[in-house]
Design a protein around this ligand. Structure first.
Ligand code: NDP
Ligand SMILES: O=C(O)C1=N[C@H](C(=O)O)C[C@H](O)C1
Length: 246
């Protein structure tokens, strides 16, 4: 398979390019970064593209890739219901193209999200703590946002109400972001790569689900699975769990 990497000079682009080059059957034919136009010509015959850029660039990049007839495996964060709709619309005009967008391609993180969703119905309290390298431009992480949304959905479906919290004053925002009723805390610390802890509490017991990506090579097996599957699944697929029979 001929593969293009978009965001090739970045932290993820560099790691994904190395992964592609080390994998038999994959051929890295285009490496594009900021300032490079995405066209049939610049993609140099690529059949699929791996896209890890910036939240403010990814939508335009994915639309251009679809226009160029290239399947997409997208890891960039920042997707919203509205931007996903733009991709769906574009895909309606290009019905043979597949796009996979996932907030996290590390298998441990995908499993942590699935386990957290399962656990959520059984606990009074749940909070998400994500910890990342200080070069990350967005907070909370896409993974934490998705984890919180899944927990909130599972709680609603289980008929659980608000979580216990007697906080009356919080002038400094110490209780973190609140995503659909779930508190999310973001740590940025030199030395970290990508980590998340989901803590659940009941009277007298606690469950902690933790995922750690110590290296960006941890994201490649999931991206590789995406590359192998995306062309067989025309339209938009959201989340690597959709390809993992979980
Ligand atoms: N889903 C997942 O599993 C993972 C997702 N991510 C996400 O991937 C994204 C990238 O992360 P990371 O690699 O650390 O970020 P980096 O900033 O290291 O890399 C982004 C790269 O994209 C380039 N870029 C900026 N704008 C464009 C554009 N319009 N077209 C092409 N390239 C562009 C940047 O260039 P310049 O520096 O000149 O702006 C940079 O080289 C983030 O959203 C992050 O959250 C990260 C890890 C795993
Ligand atoms: O920016 C990162 O590094 C990461 N971004 C993704 C996110 O925001 O969830 C995935 C992973 O956490 C690494």
């Amino acid at each position: 398979m001929k593969v293009a990497v978009i965001g090739a000079q970045g932290r993820m682009g560099t790691a994904m390019s190395a992964g592609v080059q080390a994998t038999e059957g994959l051929d890295l034919v285009a490496s594009l970064d900021a300032g490079d136009e995405i066209t049939v010509g610049s993609l140099n015959g690529a059949e699929a593209a791996i896209e890890f850029t910036r939240p403010d660039s990814t939508v335009a990049n994915v639309l251009a890739l679809i226009d160029a007839g290239v399947h997409c495996v997208v890891g960039t964060t920042g997707w919203t219901g509205e931007s996903l709709d733009l991709v769906k619309e574009k895909l309606e005009q290009n019905p043979s193209i597949g796009v996979l967008i996932a907030p996290n391609y590390a298998l441990s993180a995908v499993l942590a999200m699935v386990f957290a969703k399962k656990a959520a119905a059984y606990f009074e309290s749940a909070e998400v703590i994500e910890l990342h390298h200080p070069g990350k431009v967005d907070a909370p992480s896409g993974t934490a946002l998705t984890t919180a949304q899944h927990i909130a959905q599972a709680r609603r479906e289980a008929g659980l109400g608000e979580m216990p919290d007697a906080t009356e004053t919080d002038p400094h925002g110490a209780r973190g972001a609140v995503i659909e009723g779930v508190h999310v805390h973001a740590v940025r610390l030199r030395g970290l790569t990508a980590h998340e802890e989901v803590v659940f509490g009941n009277p007298g017991e606690q469950l902690t689900i933790r995922t750690d990506s110590f290296d960006r090579e941890s994201f490649f097996p999931g991206v590789l699975l995406g590359l192998r599957e995306v062309g067989k699944r025309p339209g938009l697929t959201y989340g690597l769990d959709q390809l993992m029979e979980l």
